[in-house]
Design a protein around this ligand. Structure first.
Ligand SMILES: NC(=O)c1ccc[n+]([C@@H]2O[C@H](COP(=O)([O-])OP(=O)(O)OC[C@H]3O[C@@H](n4cnc5c(N)ncnc54)[C@H](O)[C@@H]3O)[C@@H](O)[C@H]2O)c1
Length: 366
C-alpha cells in the first residue's frame, strides 16, 4: 500500500511526540511493505509565528493532497494573549471544520500494567474498554448567531437532522463491531436539540437490531463514568457534552500521555492526534510520553487505511513495553524503569523488530 501523510507537529511537546510516532510508522511500513510518504507543515503557534495564521493556506493544500493527517498538539503561553483569530486552538477548530471531520473517536482502555496510575480503585478500572464518539463539527462551538457585549453574550446550539444522523449511524456501526452496546448521551429533559437527537437514535435503532441502545442524561452519565466505567461500550454524544465527558474519561486510565484520538470524515479521511495538549512545561526536555501519538498512528492505520493487523501490532508493541516495566516519567512508580521519550520509543521499535524476527523464523518453518 502507498499513502501520503501530512505531519503537523505543532507546539510544545508536539514535535517530540510526533517524531517518535513517525519512526514507528516508518518501521511498520518497512515491516509490512507499505510506503508512507511523509510531508511536514505548520499549525497552531508555530504557524502564527511563521505565517501569522494558525492554519496557513499551504498547510490546508498539503493536507488536501494527503490520505491522512497526524497532529502533535497546539498552544502555549506565548500566544495566550493573542486575539481569538490568532490563537493556536483556532487552527484546530478550522482544520476540523474545513475537512468536515465530524466524528471524533476516543478509546479508553485499561492496560493492566498502568492500572496503578489511575486515580480510581483497581476494581473499577480493570474492565474499562469504552469508546467515546463525539460529534465534532456542529453544536454550540459553531452555532450562529453568536455575539458578545459587556452586558450580554449569546452562543447558539444548533443541530440539523443530517448532522445527527451521520454521527449516530457511525456510532451504531462501531458498536456493532465491538460489544454491541450503545449509550446515547443527551439532555433531553431540557434541550430541544437533545430531543431531536433522541428521536433520531430511536429511528435508527430498527436498522441495527444487533445493537442494544440506552439513553442517558449527560449529568448522570458524568457520575456513572466514574462510579461504573466498565459498564460502557460505545458512548455517542454531541460536541460540548463529548468534549467534557471525554476529558473526564481520559483520567480513568491514569495518564493523558497514553490516550489517542481520531477525527474522521465519511470517506475515512482522518486527522489523528493525542488527546493531550502541548504540555509547554515539558517541551524540549525529552521526557514527554509519546505513547498517545504512537497509538494515534495505530488508529490511522485501522480507520483510514483499513490496516488492522498493522494497527494491532503497534498496540501490542506499546503494551509489551509497559508490561516490561518501562515508562516515561509521567507514569513512573517507585519500581518502574524511567526512560526518556527517545529511549522509550526505541523500546517500542525493538519490540516491533523482535516480533518481525520471530515472524520470519515462523515463516521458515512453514
Ligand atoms: N489538541 C490540542 O492541541 C490541545 C489539547 C489540550 C490543550 N491544548 C493546549 O496545550 C496547552 C497546555 O494545556 P494543558 O496544560 O491544559 O493540557 P496538557 O494536556 O498539555 O497537559 C496537562 C497535564 O498532562 C501532562 N501531559 C500532557 N501530555 C503529556 C505527555 N505526552 N507526557 C507526559 N505528560 C503529559 C502535562 O505535563 C500536564 O501536567 C494549552 O495551550 C492548551 O490550550 C492543546
Amino acid at each position: 500500500m502507498e499513502k501520503k501523510i501530512t505531519i503537523l507537529p505543532g507546539d510544545g511537546i508536539g514535535p517530540e511526540v510526533v517524531a517518535s510516532a513517525v519512526e514507528v510508522l516508518q518501521a511498520v511500513g518497512k515491516r509490512f511493505q507499505h510506503t508512507f510518504h511523509i510531508a511536514y507543515a505548520t499549525i497552531g503557534g508555530a504557524a502564527i509565528d511563521q505565517h501569522e495564521d494558525p492554519l496557513p493556506q499551504e498547510t490546508i493544500e498539503l493536507c488536501e493532497q494527503s490520505d491522512a493527517i497526524l497532529l502533535g498538539a497546539v498552544g502555549g503561553p506565548k500566544w495566550d494573549q493573542n486575539p481569538a483569530e490568532l490563537r493556536p486552538e483556532k487552527g484546530l477548530l478550522r482544520i476540523r471544520k474545513h475537512f468536515d471531520l465530524f466524528s471524533n473517536l476516543r478509546p479508553v482502555q485499561a492496560v493492566p500494567s498502568l492500572i496503578k496510575a489511575s486515580p480510581l480503585k483497581d476494581d473499577l478500572v480493570k474492565d474499562v474498554d469504552l469508546l467515546i464518539v463525539r460529534e465534532l463539527t456542529g453544536g454550540l462551538y459553531f452555532g450562529e448567531p453568536r455575539k458578545r457585549t459587556d452586558e450580554e453574550a449569546l452562543d447558539s446550539l444548533v443541530y440539523t437532522r443530517p448532522e445527527i444522523e451521520r454521527i449516530v449511524e457511525n456510532a451504531f456501526e462501531l458498536a456493532r463491531v465491538r460489544r454491541g452496546k450503545l449509550t446515547s448521551v443527551d439532555k433531553a429533559n431540557v434541550l430541544d436539540t437533545s430531543r431531536l437527537w433522541r428521536q433520531i437514535v430511536d429511528e435508527k435503532k430498527a436498522q441495527y437490531p444487533d445493537v442494544e441502545v440506552e439513553h442517558s442524561l449527560v449529568d448522570s452519565t458524568a457520575m456513572k463514568l466514574i462510579t461504573n466505567p466498565g459498564a460502557y461500550d460505545v458512548i455517542v454524544t454531541e460536541n460540548m457534552f463529548g468534549d467534557i465527558l471525554s476529558d473526564e474519561a481520559s483520567v480513568i486510565t491514569g495518564s493523558l500521555g497514553v490516550l489517542p484520538s481520531a477525527s474522521i470524515r465519511s470517506d475515512n479521511f482522518g486527522l489523528y492526534e493525542p488527546v493531550h495538549g502541548s504540555a509547554p512545561e515539558l517541551a524540549g526536555r525529552g521526557i514527554a510520553n509519546p505513547a498517545a501519538t504512537i497509538l494515534s498512528v495505530a488508529m490511522m492505520l485501522r480507520y483510514s487505511f483499513g490496516l488492522k493487523e498493522e494497527a494491532a501490532e503497534i498496540e501490542r508493541a506499546v503494551n509489551a513495553v509497559f508490561e516490561d516495566g518501562y515508562f516515561t516519567a509521567d507514569l513512573a512508580t517507585p519500581d518502574s524503569r524511567v526512560l526518556t521519550t527517545n529511549e522509550w520509543t526505541e523500546k517500542v521499535l525493538n519490540e516491533l523488530d523482535t516480533s518481525f524476527v520471530s515472524d520470519s523464523i515462523m515463516t521458515t518453518y512453514i
